[in-house]
Design a protein around this ligand. Structure first.
Ligand SMILES: Nc1ncnc2c1ncn2[C@@H]1O[C@H](COP(=O)(O)OP(=O)(O)OP(=O)(O)O)[C@@H](O)[C@H]1O
Ligand SMILES: [Mg+2]
Length: 468
Protein backbone atom coordinates (compact mmCIF):
# COMPACT_ATOMS: atom_id res chain seq x y z
CA UNK A 1 0.00 0.00 0.00
CA UNK A 2 1.38 3.46 -0.84
CA UNK A 3 1.14 6.24 1.74
CA UNK A 4 -1.40 8.07 -0.41
CA UNK A 5 -3.78 5.16 0.03
CA UNK A 6 -3.70 5.03 3.83
CA UNK A 7 -7.25 5.23 5.22
CA UNK A 8 -8.12 8.80 6.17
CA UNK A 9 -11.29 10.69 7.06
CA UNK A 10 -12.89 13.03 4.53
CA UNK A 11 -11.80 16.70 4.75
CA UNK A 12 -15.20 17.73 6.14
CA UNK A 13 -15.19 15.19 8.95
CA UNK A 14 -11.50 15.48 9.82
CA UNK A 15 -10.19 17.17 12.97
CA UNK A 16 -7.73 19.09 10.81
CA UNK A 17 -6.35 19.30 7.28
CA UNK A 18 -2.65 18.67 6.97
CA UNK A 19 -0.22 18.79 4.09
CA UNK A 20 2.79 16.49 4.35
CA UNK A 21 5.80 17.46 2.26
CA UNK A 22 8.34 14.65 2.37
CA UNK A 23 10.35 12.96 -0.37
CA UNK A 24 11.20 9.79 1.56
CA UNK A 25 8.54 7.20 0.97
CA UNK A 26 8.99 5.36 4.25
CA UNK A 27 8.68 8.57 6.19
CA UNK A 28 5.62 9.62 4.22
CA UNK A 29 4.01 6.36 5.05
CA UNK A 30 4.79 6.64 8.74
CA UNK A 31 3.34 10.16 8.89
CA UNK A 32 0.27 9.32 6.84
CA UNK A 33 -0.58 6.39 9.00
CA UNK A 34 -0.08 8.29 12.23
CA UNK A 35 -2.19 11.24 11.07
CA UNK A 36 -4.99 9.09 9.72
CA UNK A 37 -5.17 7.23 12.99
CA UNK A 38 -5.61 10.54 14.83
CA UNK A 39 -8.53 11.47 12.61
CA UNK A 40 -6.78 14.05 10.43
CA UNK A 41 -7.25 14.54 6.73
CA UNK A 42 -4.02 14.90 4.77
CA UNK A 43 -2.44 15.18 1.37
CA UNK A 44 1.13 14.33 0.54
CA UNK A 45 3.66 16.01 -1.73
CA UNK A 46 7.15 14.83 -2.64
CA UNK A 47 8.66 18.27 -3.20
CA UNK A 48 8.09 21.95 -2.56
CA UNK A 49 6.91 22.38 -6.13
CA UNK A 50 4.33 19.66 -5.73
CA UNK A 51 3.22 21.17 -2.42
CA UNK A 52 2.41 24.43 -4.19
CA UNK A 53 0.24 22.71 -6.70
CA UNK A 54 -1.82 21.23 -3.86
CA UNK A 55 -1.84 24.54 -2.06
CA UNK A 56 -3.62 26.24 -4.90
CA UNK A 57 -6.21 23.45 -5.06
CA UNK A 58 -7.27 23.12 -1.44
CA UNK A 59 -6.98 24.76 1.96
CA UNK A 60 -4.84 23.28 4.73
CA UNK A 61 -4.62 24.05 8.42
CA UNK A 62 -1.06 22.92 8.92
CA UNK A 63 2.00 21.83 6.94
CA UNK A 64 4.52 19.17 7.98
CA UNK A 65 7.61 19.97 5.97
CA UNK A 66 10.80 17.99 5.54
CA UNK A 67 13.97 20.04 5.38
CA UNK A 68 15.90 17.84 2.93
CA UNK A 69 13.83 17.99 -0.21
CA UNK A 70 14.87 17.65 -3.83
CA UNK A 71 14.79 21.05 -5.58
CA UNK A 72 13.73 23.77 -3.15
CA UNK A 73 14.77 22.85 0.39
CA UNK A 74 12.42 23.06 3.36
CA UNK A 75 13.27 26.62 4.35
CA UNK A 76 12.91 27.91 0.80
CA UNK A 77 9.58 26.16 0.57
CA UNK A 78 8.60 27.65 3.92
CA UNK A 79 9.42 31.18 2.73
CA UNK A 80 7.20 30.68 -0.29
CA UNK A 81 4.37 29.29 1.78
CA UNK A 82 4.58 32.36 3.98
CA UNK A 83 4.35 34.62 0.97
CA UNK A 84 1.10 33.03 0.06
CA UNK A 85 -0.45 32.38 3.48
CA UNK A 86 1.34 34.60 6.01
CA UNK A 87 0.16 32.86 9.17
CA UNK A 88 0.31 29.24 7.98
CA UNK A 89 1.40 26.95 10.79
CA UNK A 90 4.41 24.94 9.61
CA UNK A 91 6.26 22.14 11.40
CA UNK A 92 9.71 21.31 10.08
CA UNK A 93 11.36 17.89 10.08
CA UNK A 94 15.12 18.06 10.35
CA UNK A 95 17.82 15.42 10.23
CA UNK A 96 19.13 14.13 13.51
CA UNK A 97 21.52 16.53 15.20
CA UNK A 98 20.77 19.71 13.24
CA UNK A 99 19.71 21.79 16.20
CA UNK A 100 21.11 25.07 14.85
CA UNK A 101 19.03 24.74 11.76
CA UNK A 102 15.94 24.07 13.84
CA UNK A 103 16.52 27.14 15.98
CA UNK A 104 17.12 29.29 12.96
CA UNK A 105 13.89 27.96 11.46
CA UNK A 106 11.92 28.84 14.58
CA UNK A 107 13.31 32.34 14.40
CA UNK A 108 12.04 32.59 10.85
CA UNK A 109 8.56 31.74 12.11
CA UNK A 110 8.34 27.96 11.83
CA UNK A 111 5.93 26.85 14.56
CA UNK A 112 7.95 23.86 15.80
CA UNK A 113 10.28 21.11 14.57
CA UNK A 114 10.90 17.38 14.83
CA UNK A 115 14.21 15.62 14.70
CA UNK A 116 14.48 12.34 12.85
CA UNK A 117 13.85 9.66 13.92
CA UNK A 118 10.30 10.74 14.74
CA UNK A 119 8.76 9.77 18.01
CA UNK A 120 5.05 9.19 17.65
CA UNK A 121 3.95 10.58 21.02
CA UNK A 122 5.80 13.84 20.42
CA UNK A 123 4.41 14.02 16.91
CA UNK A 124 0.87 13.81 18.22
CA UNK A 125 1.35 16.56 20.77
CA UNK A 126 3.07 18.96 18.41
CA UNK A 127 0.48 18.49 15.69
CA UNK A 128 -2.34 19.03 18.14
CA UNK A 129 -0.76 22.24 19.43
CA UNK A 130 -0.07 23.41 15.90
CA UNK A 131 -3.69 22.92 14.92
CA UNK A 132 -4.90 24.70 18.03
CA UNK A 133 -2.82 27.64 16.97
CA UNK A 134 -4.17 27.53 13.44
CA UNK A 135 -7.77 27.43 14.66
CA UNK A 136 -7.21 30.23 17.15
CA UNK A 137 -5.71 32.43 14.45
CA UNK A 138 -8.70 31.79 12.28
CA UNK A 139 -11.08 32.63 15.11
CA UNK A 140 -9.27 35.89 15.77
CA UNK A 141 -9.45 36.74 12.09
CA UNK A 142 -13.16 36.02 11.95
CA UNK A 143 -13.79 37.95 15.12
CA UNK A 144 -11.95 40.89 13.69
CA UNK A 145 -13.81 40.96 10.43
CA UNK A 146 -17.07 40.47 12.31
CA UNK A 147 -16.23 43.42 14.54
CA UNK A 148 -15.47 45.48 11.49
CA UNK A 149 -18.66 44.53 9.78
CA UNK A 150 -20.68 45.38 12.88
CA UNK A 151 -18.94 48.47 14.13
CA UNK A 152 -16.52 50.61 12.30
CA UNK A 153 -14.84 51.46 9.07
CA UNK A 154 -11.69 49.70 8.06
CA UNK A 155 -9.74 49.63 11.25
CA UNK A 156 -11.58 52.50 12.96
CA UNK A 157 -13.79 50.79 15.51
CA UNK A 158 -16.54 52.10 17.74
CA UNK A 159 -20.27 52.11 18.26
CA UNK A 160 -20.79 55.63 19.63
CA UNK A 161 -22.59 58.34 17.73
CA UNK A 162 -19.37 60.37 17.94
CA UNK A 163 -17.21 57.79 16.19
CA UNK A 164 -19.99 57.08 13.74
CA UNK A 165 -19.96 60.75 12.74
CA UNK A 166 -16.18 60.61 12.31
CA UNK A 167 -16.48 57.54 10.09
CA UNK A 168 -19.19 59.18 8.00
CA UNK A 169 -16.95 62.14 7.46
CA UNK A 170 -13.96 59.99 6.57
CA UNK A 171 -16.11 58.11 4.09
CA UNK A 172 -17.36 61.34 2.52
CA UNK A 173 -14.06 63.12 2.10
CA UNK A 174 -11.76 60.15 1.45
CA UNK A 175 -11.86 60.23 -2.31
CA UNK A 176 -12.49 63.94 -2.77
CA UNK A 177 -8.76 64.69 -2.88
CA UNK A 178 -9.06 67.83 -0.72
CA UNK A 179 -6.57 68.62 2.05
CA UNK A 180 -7.72 67.27 5.39
CA UNK A 181 -6.67 68.43 8.84
CA UNK A 182 -7.16 65.78 11.52
CA UNK A 183 -7.47 67.05 15.06
CA UNK A 184 -7.79 65.43 18.41
CA UNK A 185 -6.01 64.71 21.67
CA UNK A 186 -3.06 62.40 21.73
CA UNK A 187 -3.94 58.74 21.18
CA UNK A 188 -7.43 59.34 19.76
CA UNK A 189 -6.68 57.68 16.41
CA UNK A 190 -5.49 60.51 14.18
CA UNK A 191 -2.99 58.38 12.34
CA UNK A 192 -5.57 55.66 11.90
CA UNK A 193 -7.89 58.17 10.25
CA UNK A 194 -5.08 59.38 7.99
CA UNK A 195 -4.52 55.80 6.86
CA UNK A 196 -8.23 55.23 6.31
CA UNK A 197 -8.44 58.38 4.18
CA UNK A 198 -5.56 57.14 2.09
CA UNK A 199 -6.87 53.58 1.81
CA UNK A 200 -10.26 54.77 0.57
CA UNK A 201 -8.95 57.40 -1.82
CA UNK A 202 -8.29 57.12 -5.51
CA UNK A 203 -4.63 57.50 -4.71
CA UNK A 204 -4.47 54.25 -2.77
CA UNK A 205 -2.18 52.65 -5.35
CA UNK A 206 0.25 55.55 -5.02
CA UNK A 207 2.71 56.21 -2.20
CA UNK A 208 1.68 57.18 1.34
CA UNK A 209 4.51 59.14 2.88
CA UNK A 210 4.44 60.11 6.54
CA UNK A 211 6.58 62.70 8.26
CA UNK A 212 6.40 63.31 11.97
CA UNK A 213 7.17 67.02 12.10
CA UNK A 214 7.84 66.90 15.84
CA UNK A 215 10.58 64.31 15.38
CA UNK A 216 12.67 66.02 12.69
CA UNK A 217 15.29 68.38 14.13
CA UNK A 218 14.90 71.87 12.73
CA UNK A 219 18.26 71.89 10.99
CA UNK A 220 17.38 68.72 9.09
CA UNK A 221 13.88 69.78 8.09
CA UNK A 222 14.81 71.21 4.76
CA UNK A 223 16.85 68.18 3.66
CA UNK A 224 14.06 65.91 4.90
CA UNK A 225 11.31 67.67 2.99
CA UNK A 226 13.10 68.88 -0.14
CA UNK A 227 15.93 66.41 -0.53
CA UNK A 228 19.36 67.47 -1.72
CA UNK A 229 21.80 67.24 -4.58
CA UNK A 230 25.14 65.50 -4.27
CA UNK A 231 27.64 67.89 -2.73
CA UNK A 232 24.98 70.36 -1.51
CA UNK A 233 26.71 70.39 1.88
CA UNK A 234 29.43 68.42 3.62
CA UNK A 235 28.20 64.91 4.07
CA UNK A 236 25.90 64.99 1.04
CA UNK A 237 27.71 62.17 -0.72
CA UNK A 238 24.89 61.42 -3.08
CA UNK A 239 21.61 62.84 -4.17
CA UNK A 240 18.67 62.20 -1.87
CA UNK A 241 14.99 62.69 -2.56
CA UNK A 242 12.91 64.54 0.01
CA UNK A 243 9.52 63.49 1.33
CA UNK A 244 7.66 65.85 -1.01
CA UNK A 245 9.19 64.19 -4.03
CA UNK A 246 8.66 60.70 -2.61
CA UNK A 247 4.99 61.52 -2.16
CA UNK A 248 4.65 62.65 -5.76
CA UNK A 249 1.45 61.28 -7.25
CA UNK A 250 0.36 60.02 -3.84
CA UNK A 251 -0.47 61.21 -0.36
CA UNK A 252 1.69 63.14 2.08
CA UNK A 253 0.79 62.85 5.76
CA UNK A 254 2.36 65.54 7.94
CA UNK A 255 1.85 64.43 11.52
CA UNK A 256 2.18 66.90 14.41
CA UNK A 257 2.05 69.81 11.98
CA UNK A 258 1.51 72.16 14.93
CA UNK A 259 5.10 71.54 15.95
CA UNK A 260 6.60 72.81 12.74
CA UNK A 261 8.80 75.90 13.14
CA UNK A 262 7.65 79.09 11.42
CA UNK A 263 10.58 79.15 9.00
CA UNK A 264 9.72 75.69 7.70
CA UNK A 265 6.02 76.54 7.53
CA UNK A 266 6.79 79.21 4.99
CA UNK A 267 8.74 76.86 2.77
CA UNK A 268 6.07 74.21 2.99
CA UNK A 269 3.38 76.69 2.06
CA UNK A 270 5.27 77.57 -1.10
CA UNK A 271 5.35 73.96 -2.26
CA UNK A 272 1.72 73.46 -1.44
CA UNK A 273 0.73 76.57 -3.35
CA UNK A 274 2.98 76.29 -6.35
CA UNK A 275 3.32 72.55 -6.65
CA UNK A 276 7.01 72.72 -7.28
CA UNK A 277 10.21 72.61 -5.29
CA UNK A 278 13.97 72.81 -5.53
CA UNK A 279 16.22 70.30 -3.85
CA UNK A 280 18.80 71.75 -1.47
CA UNK A 281 21.77 72.71 -3.63
CA UNK A 282 19.67 72.23 -6.78
CA UNK A 283 19.03 74.67 -9.60
CA UNK A 284 15.93 73.36 -11.30
CA UNK A 285 12.32 73.41 -10.18
CA UNK A 286 10.77 70.01 -9.89
CA UNK A 287 7.00 69.71 -10.26
CA UNK A 288 5.26 67.74 -7.51
CA UNK A 289 1.66 66.84 -6.94
CA UNK A 290 0.20 65.11 -3.88
CA UNK A 291 -2.74 65.07 -1.54
CA UNK A 292 -2.00 66.62 1.81
CA UNK A 293 -3.26 65.17 5.07
CA UNK A 294 -2.14 66.77 8.31
CA UNK A 295 -2.72 66.04 11.97
CA UNK A 296 -2.15 67.81 15.24
CA UNK A 297 -3.19 67.66 18.88
CA UNK A 298 -2.54 71.41 19.18
CA UNK A 299 -5.10 74.15 19.10
CA UNK A 300 -4.06 75.71 15.79
CA UNK A 301 -6.45 78.66 16.00
CA UNK A 302 -4.75 79.61 19.22
CA UNK A 303 -1.31 79.09 17.67
CA UNK A 304 -2.36 81.36 14.80
CA UNK A 305 -3.61 84.00 17.25
CA UNK A 306 -0.33 83.82 19.13
CA UNK A 307 1.72 84.12 15.95
CA UNK A 308 3.16 80.62 16.18
CA UNK A 309 1.40 79.23 13.16
CA UNK A 310 0.98 80.92 9.79
CA UNK A 311 -2.60 81.81 9.11
CA UNK A 312 -2.30 81.29 5.35
CA UNK A 313 -0.90 77.79 5.84
CA UNK A 314 -3.63 77.03 8.34
CA UNK A 315 -6.32 77.83 5.75
CA UNK A 316 -4.55 75.72 3.14
CA UNK A 317 -4.46 72.70 5.43
CA UNK A 318 -7.87 73.12 6.92
CA UNK A 319 -10.04 72.72 3.83
CA UNK A 320 -11.84 69.96 5.65
CA UNK A 321 -11.20 69.03 9.24
CA UNK A 322 -11.98 65.85 11.10
CA UNK A 323 -11.97 66.04 14.88
CA UNK A 324 -11.56 62.90 16.92
CA UNK A 325 -13.48 63.00 20.19
CA UNK A 326 -11.61 62.01 23.36
CA UNK A 327 -12.40 58.53 24.65
CA UNK A 328 -13.96 59.85 27.88
CA UNK A 329 -16.72 61.42 25.78
CA UNK A 330 -17.57 58.16 24.03
CA UNK A 331 -17.39 55.49 26.68
CA UNK A 332 -19.67 53.18 24.69
CA UNK A 333 -16.66 52.46 22.49
CA UNK A 334 -14.59 51.10 25.37
CA UNK A 335 -15.89 47.48 25.33
CA UNK A 336 -15.46 47.13 21.57
CA UNK A 337 -11.96 48.53 21.67
CA UNK A 338 -11.10 46.23 24.57
CA UNK A 339 -12.34 43.23 22.64
CA UNK A 340 -10.38 44.29 19.60
CA UNK A 341 -7.10 44.73 21.47
CA UNK A 342 -7.64 41.48 23.37
CA UNK A 343 -7.91 39.61 20.08
CA UNK A 344 -4.84 41.35 18.76
CA UNK A 345 -2.54 40.84 21.74
CA UNK A 346 -3.75 37.40 22.76
CA UNK A 347 -2.67 36.30 19.35
CA UNK A 348 0.57 38.22 19.38
CA UNK A 349 1.71 37.01 22.79
CA UNK A 350 0.16 33.54 22.44
CA UNK A 351 -2.00 34.14 25.51
CA UNK A 352 -5.63 33.66 26.21
CA UNK A 353 -6.94 36.38 28.52
CA UNK A 354 -10.65 35.71 28.39
CA UNK A 355 -12.01 38.96 29.71
CA UNK A 356 -12.54 41.10 32.81
CA UNK A 357 -14.80 40.72 35.83
CA UNK A 358 -17.67 43.16 36.03
CA UNK A 359 -16.02 45.42 38.62
CA UNK A 360 -12.86 45.48 36.49
CA UNK A 361 -15.06 46.47 33.57
CA UNK A 362 -16.44 49.29 35.73
CA UNK A 363 -12.90 50.54 36.30
CA UNK A 364 -12.40 50.75 32.55
CA UNK A 365 -15.69 52.52 32.02
CA UNK A 366 -15.16 55.09 34.79
CA UNK A 367 -11.62 56.13 34.02
CA UNK A 368 -10.88 59.51 32.45
CA UNK A 369 -8.52 58.25 29.69
CA UNK A 370 -6.07 61.12 29.31
CA UNK A 371 -4.06 58.98 26.88
CA UNK A 372 -7.21 57.91 25.02
CA UNK A 373 -7.25 54.78 22.86
CA UNK A 374 -3.49 54.39 22.96
CA UNK A 375 -3.62 54.21 26.77
CA UNK A 376 -6.40 51.62 26.59
CA UNK A 377 -4.32 49.61 24.14
CA UNK A 378 -1.31 49.71 26.47
CA UNK A 379 -3.33 48.54 29.45
CA UNK A 380 -4.79 45.59 27.58
CA UNK A 381 -1.34 44.71 26.32
CA UNK A 382 0.05 44.74 29.85
CA UNK A 383 -2.82 42.68 31.22
CA UNK A 384 -2.28 40.06 28.55
CA UNK A 385 1.45 39.83 29.05
CA UNK A 386 0.99 39.43 32.80
CA UNK A 387 -1.97 37.08 32.84
CA UNK A 388 -2.95 33.46 32.25
CA UNK A 389 -5.95 31.95 30.54
CA UNK A 390 -8.71 33.49 32.59
CA UNK A 391 -10.98 36.36 33.48
CA UNK A 392 -9.08 39.17 35.20
CA UNK A 393 -10.39 40.51 38.51
CA UNK A 394 -10.41 44.19 39.42
CA UNK A 395 -7.85 43.71 42.20
CA UNK A 396 -5.26 42.37 39.81
CA UNK A 397 -6.13 44.95 37.19
CA UNK A 398 -5.48 47.76 39.67
CA UNK A 399 -2.17 46.20 40.63
CA UNK A 400 -1.18 46.21 36.99
CA UNK A 401 -2.45 49.74 36.37
CA UNK A 402 -3.17 51.65 39.59
CA UNK A 403 -4.35 54.77 37.77
CA UNK A 404 -7.54 52.94 36.87
CA UNK A 405 -8.69 52.93 40.47
CA UNK A 406 -11.68 55.09 41.25
CA UNK A 407 -9.75 57.56 43.39
CA UNK A 408 -8.18 58.96 40.25
CA UNK A 409 -11.51 59.36 38.60
CA UNK A 410 -11.89 62.72 37.05
CA UNK A 411 -14.52 64.81 38.79
CA UNK A 412 -16.65 66.04 35.93
CA UNK A 413 -16.61 69.81 35.73
CA UNK A 414 -20.09 71.26 35.70
CA UNK A 415 -19.63 72.23 32.06
CA UNK A 416 -18.92 68.69 31.00
CA UNK A 417 -21.83 67.45 33.10
CA UNK A 418 -23.97 69.94 31.27
CA UNK A 419 -22.70 68.63 27.92
CA UNK A 420 -23.40 65.11 28.93
CA UNK A 421 -26.93 65.99 29.96
CA UNK A 422 -27.57 67.80 26.72
CA UNK A 423 -26.26 64.80 24.82
CA UNK A 424 -28.58 62.46 26.67
CA UNK A 425 -31.59 64.71 26.14
CA UNK A 426 -30.84 65.08 22.43
CA UNK A 427 -30.47 61.36 21.99
CA UNK A 428 -33.78 60.71 23.70
CA UNK A 429 -35.52 63.44 21.72
CA UNK A 430 -34.21 62.13 18.42
CA UNK A 431 -35.45 58.66 19.25
CA UNK A 432 -38.90 59.91 20.24
CA UNK A 433 -39.30 61.92 17.07
CA UNK A 434 -38.18 59.04 14.90
CA UNK A 435 -40.64 56.71 16.58
CA UNK A 436 -43.50 59.16 16.15
CA UNK A 437 -42.59 59.72 12.50
CA UNK A 438 -42.61 56.02 11.83
CA UNK A 439 -45.91 55.54 13.59
CA UNK A 440 -47.52 58.35 11.59
CA UNK A 441 -45.99 57.19 8.30
CA UNK A 442 -43.83 60.33 8.18
CA UNK A 443 -46.85 62.64 7.85
CA UNK A 444 -45.62 65.91 9.33
CA UNK A 445 -48.82 67.38 10.74
CA UNK A 446 -49.92 64.13 12.37
CA UNK A 447 -46.47 63.59 13.87
CA UNK A 448 -46.35 67.14 15.24
CA UNK A 449 -49.80 66.71 16.77
CA UNK A 450 -48.82 63.44 18.31
CA UNK A 451 -45.74 64.99 19.86
CA UNK A 452 -47.64 68.07 20.95
CA UNK A 453 -45.32 70.47 19.13
CA UNK A 454 -45.82 72.83 16.21
CA UNK A 455 -45.19 71.77 12.64
CA UNK A 456 -42.42 74.29 12.37
CA UNK A 457 -40.70 73.07 15.47
CA UNK A 458 -40.91 69.50 14.18
CA UNK A 459 -39.36 70.66 10.95
CA UNK A 460 -36.47 72.31 12.83
CA UNK A 461 -35.84 69.29 14.97
CA UNK A 462 -35.88 66.94 11.99
CA UNK A 463 -33.32 69.15 10.37
CA UNK A 464 -31.20 69.17 13.52
CA UNK A 465 -31.12 65.37 13.71
CA UNK A 466 -30.87 64.82 9.98
CA UNK A 467 -34.17 62.94 9.78
CA UNK A 468 -35.55 62.82 6.26
N1 LIG B 1 -11.32 53.86 16.80
C1 LIG B 1 -10.27 53.03 16.89
N2 LIG B 1 -10.41 51.73 16.59
C2 LIG B 1 -9.37 50.88 16.68
N3 LIG B 1 -8.14 51.24 17.06
C3 LIG B 1 -7.94 52.52 17.37
C4 LIG B 1 -8.98 53.49 17.28
N4 LIG B 1 -8.47 54.66 17.64
C5 LIG B 1 -7.18 54.48 17.91
N5 LIG B 1 -6.83 53.19 17.75
C6 LIG B 1 -5.50 52.61 18.00
O1 LIG B 1 -4.93 53.34 19.08
C7 LIG B 1 -3.57 53.61 18.87
C8 LIG B 1 -3.33 55.11 18.82
O2 LIG B 1 -3.91 55.66 17.65
P1 LIG B 1 -3.15 56.71 16.72
O3 LIG B 1 -1.70 56.44 16.68
O4 LIG B 1 -3.87 56.76 15.42
O5 LIG B 1 -3.44 58.01 17.57
P2 LIG B 1 -2.94 59.50 17.37
O6 LIG B 1 -4.13 60.35 17.55
O7 LIG B 1 -2.17 59.61 16.10
O8 LIG B 1 -2.01 59.66 18.64
P3 LIG B 1 -0.76 60.67 18.89
O9 LIG B 1 -1.30 62.03 18.92
O10 LIG B 1 -0.27 60.20 20.20
O11 LIG B 1 0.20 60.43 17.76
C9 LIG B 1 -3.20 52.93 17.56
O12 LIG B 1 -2.69 51.66 17.85
C10 LIG B 1 -4.53 52.81 16.84
O13 LIG B 1 -4.53 51.72 15.98
MG1 LIG C 1 -0.14 60.12 15.84
Amino acid sequence: MTPEQAAKPSPEKAKGKILIVEDDEGMRFFLSEALAKEGYYFQTAKSGEEAFKLFSQEAFDLVVLDYNLPGMNGMETFAKIRDRVPDMVVILITAFGSKDLAIEAMEQGVFDYFNKPLEIGELRVVIRRGLERAFMQREVCQLRSQLEADYGFGRILGSSKAIYDVIERVRKVADSDVSVLIRGESGTGKELVAQALYAHSQRNKGPFIKVNCAAVPQELMEAEFFGYEKGAFTGAHKQKLGKFELANGGTLFLDEIGDMPLATQMKILRVVQENELERVGGEVSIPVEFRLITATHRDLEKAVAEGEFREDLFYRLNVVSITLPPLRNRREDIPILMKHFMGLYNEKFKKNLKGFSSDAMESFLNYSWPGNVRELENIIQRCIVLSYDKIMENKELLEIYPLLSGSFREVPASASLQNKLEGLVSDAEEKLILEALNEENWKRQETADRLGISRKSLHNKMKKYGLH
